[in-house]
Write a protein that binds this ligand. Structure first.
Ligand code: PLP
Length: 389
């Protein structure tokens, strides 16, 4: 099909899904339909707005209930949560960390904040997440075991961890990744920033690896304004994360003693208040997002030349962002479609620019990224706010 015809058909199908009469459809907007005003007001009334207060603990408890995790530590954002996960997993300056090339830049940046270097790996078209088989092949080629650790034999650096991103909310294939990590004795960290409410084989994502990061930024499934959380089942790691997130201050009634370089990464009470109200509505939000995904799927089934990205068979996705993959796309066709959608106020977006193309990461080590490059050329994300359902 010609790009012109394809873009006309895509616009028509998307228009059928979106509520009539709108002039602009952003990619993802928050929805405040519960006790947000009450809870935020109670922070202002009590004076507890900052890094202590009852809503923080309550929010963490709710996160544990929703995910099934033993521990949750609320943070200022998802990037800080990722940074803390990497530190707690033992990533040190000079290390390398395996990260997908197809991810949001925060995943790679968190590695850099540790003084380590991201080492980019390829993705699978079925999940958009790290491809376990291709990663195993890559590690077999570049890795060598020395002094009990895996090293990159091309530069001698230790490979200290693997980070998997659940892209657009769709769970990556975790079991084979976990076997690979066990075999290579590498901790697996889950970037579940986009995946609150998604499960892999009936268990919430973020509960398969050693630690995971969640995000509650304004564009995510639910929001605390800015915010994130680390989840883990390991009590000692949770203790470490909590300590590092509060300037590594030793508990004492009046002394200021800090036993490490810590961070000011704790979520403020006012953000947690918003989060408590939002979490109370999670099941409704997830329901709305599935309904929207189903409507996109039926409307787009009639468009030849592209297909919807759907949850993998082993997973239940939160459908954070609905997306299509163009069958035979190049960036020219993709950009034609984006232009046509934007002309109608449909603020669709391409995939992230792959990490190795960013100036900060041009020199970083990488595997063959054939599949990620193909996805990058063919993916378009569509407006996905829960309010659209
Ligand atoms: C949003 C996001 C982050 C970062 O979360 P912030 O709260 O914005 O810092 C990290 N990784 C992925 C994949 C994300 O989508």
């Amino acid at each position: 099909m010609s790009p012109l015809r394809l873009s006309a058909e895509l616009v028509t199908a998307v228009r059928r899904v979106l509520p009539q009469g709108g002039t602009s459809y952003p990619l993802h907007e928050p929805l405040f339909g519960g006790k947000e005003w009450d809870y935020v007001k109670s922070c202002l009334d009590s004076g507890w707005v900052s890094s202590a207060g009852a809503f923080v603990g309550r929010f963490e408890q709710q996160i544990c209930e929703v995910t099934g995790s033993e521990e949750a530590i609320a943070t200022v954002n998802g990037t800080a949560a990722l940074h803390l996960c990497l530190l707690a997993a033992g990533v040190r300056p000079g290390d390398e960390v395996i990260v997908p090339a197809l991810t949001f830049v925060a995943t790679a940046n968190a590695v850099s904040y540790c003084g380590a270097t991201p080492h980019f790996a390829d993705s699978a078209e079925t999940t958009l997440g790290l491809d376990p088989k291709r990663l195993a092949e890559h590690l077999a080629t570049v890795g060598e075991r020395r002094d009990g650790s895996l090293h990159n034999k091309t530069n001698g650096r230790r490979i200290a961890a693997v980070v998997v991103t659940h892209v657009l909310g769709h769970p990556a294939d975790l079991d084979p990744l976990l076997s690979l990590c066990r075999e290579q004795r590498l901790p697996l960290i889950e970037d579940a920033a986009e995946a609150l409410g998604s499960t892999y084989k009936s268990r919430h994502v973020g509960r398969h690896g050693l630690l995971a990061a969640l995000s509650f930024n304004g564009n995510k499934v639910l929001t605390t304004g800015g915010g994130g959380a680390v989840i883990t089942d390991d009590e000692a790691l949770a203790e470490r994360v909590r300590h590092l997130s509060t300037t590594a201050k030793q508990p004492h009634a009046w002394r200021y003693d800090h036993d490490a370089v810590g961070y000011n990464y704790r979520m403020p009470n006012i953000n947690a208040a918003l989060g408590c109200a939002q979490l109370e509505q999670l099941s409704g939000l997830l329901h709305a997002k599935r309904a929207l995904a189903a409507r996109y799927a039926s409307a787009l089934a009639e468009v030849e030349g592209l297909r919807c990205v759907t949850e993998p068979a082993f997973a239940r996705s939160n459908y954070w962002l609905n997306a299509v993959l163009i069958d035979a796309g190049d960036t020219g066709v993709r950009d034609e479609l984006l232009k046509a959608l934007h002309a109608e106020g449909i603020l669709a977006r391409p995939a992230w620019t792959l990490m190795h193309r960013l100036p900060a990461y041009a020199e970083a080590p990488r595997a063959d990224l054939e599949v990620a490059k193909d996805i990058e050329r063919r993916l378009i994300c569509l407006p996905s706010s829960a309010s659209l359902a």
